[in-house]
Structure formats: structure tokens, C-alpha cells
Design a protein around this ligand. Structure first.
Ligand code: PAF
Length: 294
């Protein structure tokens, strides 16, 4: 595995790999890698059969590790976000990634953060995480676009756990990066059902209990929705129940949106939806979601 720190080195490695007929696959991360990230790498390595071609090209898998200051708001956990580059490199080496791209901030934003090519995430970014974290998705898309411009991938892999992020990246890719396939990797969960997250390491035993209660509520709500119960009743009942069962968790939202356009669904909605939950437990913000067919 190559460990690269500069845009020039990355571009040169990509050029060589493309010349050799490889499919360029990017897995953007902020590091502090865990089994969830490794499942993204695995999906990246699995390759795909391209339309019109006789077989898949060998993927050239680039994993970027960069804690992007532009997607953290004032008072958020940018400083405390775990940085574990040495351990990340070992995990990626073991997983067989081709490149670890770990640039510093000047390499990503050579003109300075203020002068970066700022993206606007639009309407779907105003609700849920975007409402709780103003500017977060603009910053996220800004760095993702920069990474797309540097690596020029044929395919990019994102986790389904960040459902709103995935939706917005797909929206941007459809508009600005035609030909780029954005693939979603299913959320990897602990045995308890808790979604893996780099932030789980901050949870105490008590916090973990609350996080598991949130996860159980999410799963139970999906069962009820799929059994035909009205969405508003299900969501209200679970919000009240969570206040009683996990008082240390500050529930931010439990919301059902259409998978098509990320709009909150109306009472008579039928189709593919996503039930999303977010809560702050102590200083740690956790998010999760499940697909629902109603
Ligand atoms: O999901 C993340 O880890 C980040 O939002 C991403 C996509 C790497 C951009 O910084």
C-alpha cells in the first residue's frame, strides 16, 4: 500500500493505475477506522462489471483520511475527533487497500479554507442533520468534490449510515460528475444492533445502554410502520417512550423521509422510505437509520 500526502503524488498514482487499466475507486473517510470502514473498502475491492465491457476492471482502491474542518461547526467536535493515522494505516494495509491518501489541510485547500470552491448542498440539506448542524453538508460536499477532482474516481463508496450525506453526494455526483458511480455500503452493526461509529469510543457503559435503547426503538418503529401503523402515531409514541427509557439521550429527531427525495413523508405515503434518528448522549452525537417499505 502506498501512503501519500500530496495532491501531486495522488494524481500521479491515479494516472499510472488508469494507464494500467484499473478502475479508480475512492473511499472517503475521516479516519479512526473500524469494521464499518473496512466494509466500505471490501465493497470498493469487489469491483463491478461495466456496461458494454466483458468483465470488471481490477479496482485501484484509494482510501482518504482527512478530518475536514469545513464540515464542523463552532462548538462541534473537530478538535476532539479521533485521529489514529498509524492504526488506520495498519488496518488498511491488512485490508489490501492500494493507497492511503492522508493530506494535510493546506494540500486539500491550497488557497485557504475561505477561498475553497464552496459547495451549496441545497434544500435536502436544510432538515435533520443539516438543521442541527448548519453548514455541515456544504462543508462535506466541498471536501468530497475536492477529493473527486483530485482522484477522478470511476466509483466512490459511502456508508449508508449517513443517509442524508449519501443522498446529497449522489445528488451532486448526478449533476457535476456524470459517469461516477456512488455506491452505498450497508451499515455495519455491533452484536447489539448499534451502528458502528468512530464516535462510539466516547460512550460510557451508561451511554451505551442509552444508545442501544435508541437502536431498539428505531427497529421497533420500522416493524410497526411496515405493519401499517400511521407514521405520526408511531413516531410520537416512540419519542415519548424514549424520553422515559433513555432520559440521558437528548433526542434530536426521529423522522421518516421518502428515499426518493428526502422529503418528510405525508400520512398517506406509500413506497420506499428511510427512518432516521439522531440524539446527543453526553457530548457525543449519534445518528442511525433504517430503510422502511410502506
Ligand atoms: O462520512 C465521513 O466520514 C465524511 O463526511 C466524509 C464523507 C469523509 C467527508 O469528510
Amino acid at each position: 500500500m502506498l501512503t501519500l500526502h500530496t495532491a501531486a503524488d495522488l494524481k500521479s498514482a491515479v494516472h499510472t493505475a488508469r494507464e494500467a487499466g484499473r478502475e479508480i475507486v475512492l473511499v472517503p473517510t475521516m479516519g479512526a477506522l473500524h469494521a464499518g470502514h473496512l466494509s466500505l473498502v471490501e465493497l470498493a475491492q469487489a469491483g463491478r462489471v461495466l456496461g458494454g465491457e466483458t468483465g470488471p476492471r481490477l479496482p485501484f482502491v484509494i482510501v482518504s483520511v482527512f478530518v475536514n474542518p469545513l464540515q464542523f461547526g463552532v462548538g462541534e467536535d473537530f478538535d476532539r475527533y479521533p485521529r489514529t493515522l498509524e492504526a488506520d494505516a495498519k488496518l488498511l494495509e491488512g485490508a489490501g487497500a492500494d493507497v492511503l491518501f492522508a493530506p494535510d489541510v493546506d494540500e486539500v485547500y491550497p488557497q485557504g479554507q475561505a477561498e475553497a470552491n464552496h459547495k451549496k448542498a441545497g434544500k435536502a440539506a436544510e432538515i435533520l442533520e443539516g438543521h442541527a448542524r448548519p453548514g455541515h453538508f456544504d462543508g462535506m460536499l466541498t471536501v468530497v468534490a475536492r477529493l473527486f477532482d483530485l482522484a477522478e474516481p470511476n466509483r466512490a463508496v459511502f456508508g449508508a449510515k449517513d443517509a442524508q450525506q449519501l443522498f446529497l453526494v449522489r445528488q451532486m455526483a448526478a449533476q457535476d460528475y456524470p459517469g461516477l458511480l456512488v455506491q452505498a455500503a450497508p451499515t455495519v452493526r455491533e452484536a447489539s444492533g448499534l451502528a458502528m461509529s468512530s464516535r462510539n469510543r466516547f460512550l460510557s457503559t451508561d451511554d451505551l445502554r442509552a444508545a442501544n435503547t435508541l437502536n431498539r426503538a428505531l427497529r421497533q418503529a420500522v416493524l410497526e410502520l411496515e405493519a401499517g401503523a400511521p407514521a405520526s402515531e408511531v413516531l410520537n409514541a416512540h419519542k415519548l417512550q424514549l424520553e422515559a427509557d433513555a432520559p440521558q439521550a437528548k433526542l434530536d429527531y426521529l423522522q421518516l423521509v421518502s428515499a426518493n427525495d428526502f422529503e418528510p413523508v405525508s400520512e398517506n405515503f406509500h413506497g420506499s422510505a428511510i427512518l432516521l434518528i439522531a440524539a446527543k448522549i453526553g457530548e457525543t452525537r449519534l445518528i442511525d437509520n433504517l430503510e422502511v417499505l410502506i
